[in-house]
Design a protein around this ligand. Structure first.
Ligand code: BTN
Length: 243
């Protein structure tokens, strides 16, 4: 059964809300979704545009896993967003780009930010934060963005509301979380590879201090990408290293 979904009209950031609750001893599982975020957070300290009509949602949960293991859930999160998009837009337009960008017609449609810390009750709290552009595509972003409303399937009558999106996302994530808990990471990784076209081949990896051009030729068991550089050397790039 998917975790319950709490819908807030407004908060600073659903990830920040999950962190406050976790640090106060709440263990979840609980989805915290918001119609508006006043300080939505993106990766690498960037801001996340969180206008009303889009989805900002964070799953708070507590696990007895290491932070490295828990980071595998970024792949489950990307698959869940892809499943959500499939419900409303032509699935042929949906793809994943390593490590966790879910693209719609080749443009950014969503973002994933996972944060974690030691839970006061033992274990590791996790805030699996997911933003999906339902009704609006932010303009002037580093990478071109789009939203579900721009690509609605012919048989879908309306753009999903924040509530609908939050529920569909919670159900989709529950399936991948269950699979990860009961079967391990490999089936999740396999499903993710299947939805990531062009994963292997020419690749540009933007890291915090350098940009690497090479040929991606595989993923490690932990989801890190193997990149062959022009000088023949091999670099293994973990999802967390990508800028
Ligand atoms: C990215 O930079 O691509 C990640 C963006 C993650 C945005 C989501 S929206 C819900 C949750 N709350 C936040 O403040 N950030 C994440």
């Amino acid at each position: 059964m998917a975790a319950p979904v709490l819908i807030l009209d407004e908060t600073d950031s659903t990830n920040a809300e999950a962190r406050r609750r976790a640090e106060a001893g709440e263990v979840g599982p609980l989805w915290i979704a918001a119609r508006r975020q006043t300080a939505g957070r993106g990766r690498r300290g960037r801001a996340w545009d969180s206008r009303e009509g889009n989805l900002a949602s964070t799953l708070l949960l507590t696990l007895n896993r290491s932070p490295a293991e828990a980071a595998q859930l970024t792949f489950a999160a990307a698959l869940s967003v892809a499943d959500l998009l499939d419900r409303y837009v032509p699935p042929a337009l949906v793809s994943i780009k390593w490590p966790n960008d879910v693209l719609l017609d080749g443009r950014k449609s969503s973002g994933i930010l996972i944060e974690s810390g030691p839970s006061p009750s033992g274990g590791l709290w996790l805030a699996v934060g997911i933003g999906v552009n339902l009704a609006h595509a932010p303009q002037g972003t580093e990478r071109p963005a789009t939203c579900i409303a721009e690509h609605l399937r012919y048989d879908v009558v309306a753009t999903p509301s924040t509530e609908d999106g939050a529920k569909v996302l919670a159900e989709a994530f529950d399936v991948w979380l269950e699979r990860w808990i009961s079967l391990g990471f490999q089936p999740v990784l396999d499903a993710w590879v299947a939805r990531t076209p062009g994963l292997f081949g020419p690749c540009t990896a933007r890291l915090s201090h350098e940009t690497l051009n090479g040929i991606a030729d595989g993923v490690e068991a932990d989801g890190a990408l193997r990149l062959k550089l022009p000088d023949g050397s091999l670099r293994v790039i973990s999802a967390g290293d990508v800028f």
